[in-house]
Every structure is written in structure tokens, then in C-alpha cells.
Write a protein that binds this ligand. Sequence first.
Ligand code: BEZ
Length: 212
Amino acid sequence: MATIRLGDIAPDFTAQSSEGEINFHSWLGNSWGVLFSHPADYTPVCTTELGTVAKYKAEFDKRNVKVVALSVDGLESHKGWIKDINETQHTTVNFPIIADEDRHVSALYDMIHPNSNDKLTVRSVFVIGADKKVKLIITYPASTGRNFDELLRVIDSLQLTAFHKVATPANWKNGEDCVIVPAVTNEQIAENFPKGYTEIKPYLRMTPQPNL
Ligand code: BEZ
């Protein structure tokens, strides 16, 4: 098992899911992707997480992001649990859940942390760009449900960097000013940032969010 680092090509795999067999890279196509693991089916925090992701589907679609979940439980377990998620979270699970019973995907992505629990995946999140490169890795313990607003916020930031040559400052929220990346020279600013910019320091140049 190799460590995955930011900028690496996301390992490809073929796996069974609640929506049929998935070949990861082909399934992603030209989209961005979120691959996230959860410890086990029929557990309380995971139930709320998957229900939340189902409700956020339109937000992921808007950003051209496909979402896929994973646990080491099997397909029959996933199918029964999905009914519970739909019932208790008042939603319809609308994304695939990988059944990684032989743990080959978990191993590829280093999602089992033996000193935490040697049998279950932790709450890993991988954001993958349209270039198939890993853009973000976050790991939470089993006891903490993830903040999917934060995940969307980071995806917005990543896509601003990919498409508009800006970075985002501390606590940035959609709509707020962005930072012009250092690779852009002052001479290049006029053509790239028609909304103008403010130079606070030569290395700290702010511009209105370009895609609004
Ligand atoms: C949960 O999803 O609720 C959970 C799973 C494993 C350990 C603790 C909580």
C-alpha cells in the first residue's frame, strides 16, 4: 500500500457498488470526484452523513462533482441500510456506495488505520480533479461526522484555483475576495483580473471573486 499524496493520480480500481460495477476512472469521466469512506453500515453517525450527502447532490452536480461512498460491508448490507437512510433522513440515496468486502480499495487509499480500528475504514475524504489528480485528503475519526458545507467550500476554492488562478484566504466563503496566486505577475493581472485588484503587500494581492 502506497501513501497517496496531493497531486498524485488517484489510484484506479474496479469495485461492486449499490449502483453496479464501477471502474473508477471511467465512472469519473470528465467530472471531479469525491470518494469518501465510512466505518460501517447501520451505524448512527454514518447514517446521518450519507443522508446529508444525498440532500447535497444538487450542490455537487452544480460543481460537476460525482460522489461515491465506501465501506467494507457487502452489497446486501448496503441495500438494506439505504432503506433505513432514506426512511430516517427523509431523503433518497442518489449516489453509489462501494462494497469493499475484500478491502482492496480501502488498502489502495489507505483507509484502514489499524491503531484506530484494524477492521473498519476511517472517515477518509478524497477530492479528485477532472485531471484525476488528488486535490484534497481529509481524515476524521469514526466518532465525528463530517461537515459537508466545508467540503463544498474547499471544492469551490479548488475550482477557483483551477479555473481562475486565485487562492482563497483564511475562513473564505463563497462571494468574498480572493488572493491572486503568486505565479501571476503584476503585468499579467490586467488581462486575467478585469475586476481589478488591491495590493496590500507585493505578495498579498486581493481581487473580487472572479466567477461571480
Ligand atoms: C457511527 O457511524 O455512528 C460510528 C461508527 C463507528 C464508531 C463510532 C460511530
